[in-house]
Design a protein around this ligand. Sequence first.
Ligand code: ADP
Ligand code: MG
Ligand code: ZN
Length: 628
Amino acid sequence: MKLSWKILLLWTIPALVIGFFLWQGAFSPAAGDLGRNTASTRMTYGRFLEYLDAGRVTSVDLYDGGQTAIVEATDSELDNRIQRLRVDLPMNSPELITKLRKADISFDTHPARKDGAIWGLLGNLIFPILLIAGLFFLFRRSSNIGGGPGQAMNFGKSRARFQMEAKTGIVFDDVAGIEEAKEELQEVVTFLKQPERFTAVGARIPKGVLLVGPPGTGKTLLAKAIAGEAGVPFFSISGSEFVEMFVGVGASRVRDLFKKAKENAPCLIFIDEIDAVGRQRGAGIGGGNDEREQTLNQLLTEMDGFEGNTGIIIIAATNRPDVLDSALLRPGRFDRQVIVDAPDLKGRIGILEVHARNKKLAPEISIETIARRTPGFTGADLANLLNEAAILTARRRKEAITMLEINDAVDRVVAGMEGTPLVDSKSKRLIAYHEIGHAIVGTVLKDHDPVQKVTLIPRGQAQGLTWFTPNEEQGLITRSQLKARITGALGGRAAEEEIFGHSEVTTGAGGDLQQVTGMARQMVTRFGMSDLGPLSLESQEGEVFLGAGLTSRAEYSEKVAARIDEQVRQIVEHCHSDARQIMRDNRVVIDRLVDLLIEKETIDGEEFRQIVAEYTTVPDKEQYVPVL
Ligand code: ADP
Ligand code: MG
Ligand code: ZN
């Protein structure tokens, strides 16, 4: 603020100077009253006196406090016609007045028109006044919200929005399906509102709460709901806002934010996507990012700098807790972690109900059916799904969303845009065999998820698709289920081989093979499901986080590496031969299903099972949930 006052003064001076000159301009005689009297001809003072003596002057009007006169005089040379002439009078000529009176000449004085002058003055001052007012407003604004966009003198100010009564418009009722996280945060609000309840029994109120969970699960939404319901000031800032291009700015933002928060305690600070600042220090190729590390250090210092009971609680959100600096996670900083996970069936029903509130659903639609079709969907996915369905409904000019639109929207959200079906050709036949290959394995193997539908309508990258109904929320997967999945994924390629021969197989199985390899490798290295025994040989395969990940890869010797490869190969080969056996055993029904698929483009799971059941026994899969 000190700085901005200086700047304000700096601007005021030139503004006043400009104003002064304009003001001067307003009072020069040319712009005054005389301008309105059309006496353009000038006469010297001496000449005027001569005229006066000669008795040719008929009237005199004095202007500008007696400095100028408009003189009416008769001109003997021009038939005594009356002339209007302008005379500049010398200062202070009282004798002139006497003379005029003696000569009995009518004279009058006209004072400078005061009201006009005031308007002129105002008119001319408007510009500087506006300028000053504008500057003033600008500075006031920037000091209020702490740094408007890109103000040179306010780089360091945090951009946290100060919200006494947070107007996010989101309430706890808008958040569904993540009940535990919701309760945890509601408790945080109690900490702020009734700290005595906790301090009375010697409890230290937590300083920080870290919301952890995959993208789209509602972390930001939850924080917004808190803002709306907590009834305390709420500062929100995103991690990336801390880190900016200018050295030292991130750190000073942090300082500023905490300073403001202390002034407004009790209050909440929300730092979204904290991984942008909170990454493990010293990680990354070529050393760390100095600026980011300073920001993080400042954050750590600030979090130590206030006592637990000062009434500031920091809520942060991230989907990468693994990259966060461990210093940030120790007790006394973000000592509470709240997991916000993808919702379960009940959660999805809740979320769908929230988002269905403002949509027109056909009466036959069952929210539960939609929820059953969408395991693994996050809140954001579900919101998107209903929106896609609504768009489809509008495009089809229907009154309300029906199950048809919902199903199309699910397909679209999962697999991408629908393409145009292929014309009947050899490659269409091959794709049909490939898909039926997947589907038949999925149907005859007891441990495989049941087929939901097979289709030849391209979507996204895929030319054809086989959909399976994943079994609901079963966190644990057995070894035979994994093997069934591998066999199923190999079904496509196996069918190509059996029907078209070794040399005719296509690139279409590329994606399947990638999946197969991944699953088989995890069976060996993570789940201890091979002859290598119950060893965890690799940590979770994720993106290798540059720096941190590079060293932790090889947790085994070269010899073990060779054995891993061999075990993976064994699993895949075993499943592959199983898949080919299934193709040979079911050749007749496969041919029939392919013809049907080419004709109909899509076969749904129930029909598929019925046809297969005419030829072989189809195991009962009790967890199967029919989809309308
Ligand atoms: P993130 O966890 O990545 O911060 P968001 O909170 O930004 O996810 O969620 C994005 C959108 O998804 C929200 O605006 C909301 O419409 C929807 N959404 C996500 N989770 C939920 C939920 N639990 N309840 C209701 N809507 C949700
Ligand atoms: Mg978010
Ligand atoms: Zn395939």
